[in-house]
Design a binder for this molecule. Structure first.
Ligand SMILES: Nc1ncnc2c1ncn2[C@@H]1O[C@H](COP(=O)(O)OP(=O)(O)O)[C@@H](O)[C@H]1O
Ligand SMILES: [Mg+2]
Length: 367
């Protein structure tokens, strides 16, 4: 690096229901980035969408920071224009690390902005981020890749409002009970509920439609829950597996975020052959959405048949020091700080490779 440190912008907070989770993740990331290598710029996004350069992620709540505007097309290295109370200063970022969960961060929107700014960034690109966020799009891609999925149906709000009776009857006939109902574009179990009868189904559907105009109704399994970390670009590697054991009926918001409400077993107590099968499926799922950098792939393991089903892909998994994704890599002999270094390296590699691609037609005779 020869003196000059790599300038890393850590983006966190954001306009999503998972704002607080993101702040917690960022606190850990900011604490672990090696300052002898990196010059770190903590960039907090308020729930209203203002971008602030803050000294400490916990100051984002009181809005204490320097307001930032980003302008694509400024000359030279990627630039972030910073309006410091009247004066404008400009800062160049070498790489961005979006530690944002949920819509407006994990869904390709921020990734698209970073593409326009020509700033290399950690994690999945625009398409994979969008596919990972939208459970319906994700399932279509995973099914196409031949991965095992539970049966599901998609409902749009319009169809439901027009004829709820016919829709709920048909869902009951095709999927039976129990079912899980979930918004297509969310995470952290927000808006997800389990229904065991027709009245519960209608209630669960109404609840999910409060969060999204497109929702899924899925056959409910009696299952164990297993997660696999993936790291890499074109040659992704799988971590050891984790088993999540919620102390509630299922892995809902409280089980996820209240201390002691779930237990994480690493490595998951599974036979080696099943572990390998799940790891192979996780890599296949990662490649099915053309993911890059990292992802956590979540599975259901049906108790009766011991068959794995892919549940979902998280392109920006939780990143606190006790979150599953970093723990999985720690158990796979890659510590938290080294994981961050690797992710930044992958971001730079991917950006460099994309720069090699042609952006205009090259006539055969000019080659
Ligand atoms: N089809 C299903 N069968 C059994 N449990 C489910 C099913 N779908 C969801 N769940 C439970 O709900 C939790 C949250 O669902 P998930 O689809 O992972 O949404 P989120 O993106 O919010 O995490 C799962 O971790 C699991 O505990
Ligand atoms: Mg989940």
């Amino acid at each position: 690096m020869q003196g000059a440190r790599l300038r890393v912008g850590v983006l966190f907070g954001g306009r999503s229901g998972e704002h607080e989770v993101s702040v917690a993740s960022a606190r850990s990331v900011l604490g672990a980035l090696d300052r002898s290598w990196y010059e770190v710029f903590p960039i907090g996004i308020t729930p209203e969408g203002a971008w602030l350069l803050v000294e400490d992620p916990d100051r984002l709540v009181d809005g204490k920071g320097t307001r930032i505007g980003v302008v694509p097309g400024l000359s030279g290295r990627p630039l972030v224009g910073i309006d410091a109370g009247g004066g404008t200063l400009e800062e160049a970022l070498d790489v961005a690390f979006p530690v944002l969960h949920g819509p407006y961060g994990e869904d390709g929107t921020v990734q698209g902005l970073l593409e326009l700014l020509d700033i290399p960034y950690v994690g999945a690109g625009v398409l994979a981020s969008a596919m990972g966020m939208d459970k319906v799009a994700m399932k279509v891609a995973l099914q196409q890749a031949g991965l095992p999925m539970v049966s599901y149906r998609v409902l749009m709000v319009q169809g439901w409002r027009e004829d709820a009776t016919t829709v709920s009857r048909s869902l009951e006939q095709t999927l039976g009970f129990p079912v899980f109902v979930k918004p297509s574009n969310l995470g952290s179990s927000v808006g997800v509920s389990k229904a065991t009868d027709r009245a519960g189904l209608c209630h669960a559907i109404e609840e999910a439609f409060r969060y999204d105009r497109k929702i899924l109704v899925e056959q409910g399994l009696d299952c164990r829950e297993v997660e696999c970390g993936i790291l890499g670009n074109d040659q992704p590697e799988a971590s050891v597996l984790a088993e999540i054991v919620p102390k509630r009926a299922w892995y809902d918001y409280r089980a996820k975020y209240e201390p002691g409400m779930s237990e994480v077993l690493i490595p998951a107590p599974l036979p080696p052959s099943l572990t390998q099968e799940i790891q192979a499926q996780a890599i296949k799922a990662y490649q099915a959405i053309d993911c890059a950098g990292m992802a956590r792939i979540d599975f259901f393991l049906d108790r009766a048949s011991a068959r794995p089903f892919v549940n979902e892909i998280n392109t920006i998994p939780g990143f606190t020091a006790t979150s599953v994704y970093p723990k999985l890599w720690e158990a796979s002999r890659l510590g938290y700080s080294a994981l961050l270094d690797r992710l930044i390296q992958l971001a730079l590699e991917r950006h460099g490779e994309r720069r090699q691609l042609l952006t205009a037609y090259e006539k055969p005779e000019d080659r």
